[in-house]
Design a protein around this ligand. Sequence first.
Ligand code: SME
Length: 166
Amino acid sequence: MDIEYREFSDKAGRYAYLNEQLDRVLSETDELCSALANASALFYLLMPGLNWAGFYLMKRGRLMLGPFQGKPAVARIEVGAGVCGTAVARRAPQIVEDVHACNNHIACDAASSSEIVVPIFADGEILGVIDIDSPLKANFDAEDLKGLQTAADKIGAFAQNCAAVD
Ligand code: SME
């Protein structure tokens, strides 16, 4: 595929590129696991200043670790627990500027300082979440949320088609 890192002067340009490349990797497969593995690699490759990027997926009423890039992470998160479980409980994205000042944060890598979590919906249900960590404080803002929301919508639509194929 040969997808390369590119420098951008603004986040809007970076996310436009990232979401174009996401379309490419999603068009290569009809397997959710393969798609999420490549999507996590894309986030890690194309977004500077990250130490973890990946997915937790809803299975049997809780979040289970999915494909990711970064250090090994907690395998299972209850709804309402941590930043990921809060995003599921509230059915809403979460941006944490300083995870060390956040009571309901589950630490996986001591290097993490800020985090963004975006729920993925498929057929109106939460399929899982995109979870991205940075060692930089306040690394994520409304522009990141907009770009990652587009990515989450693409992945949700892809998952709906996977289910149709299966
Ligand atoms: N920090 C997350 C846990 C997962 S790791 O960041 C990979 C949370 O609080 O839900």
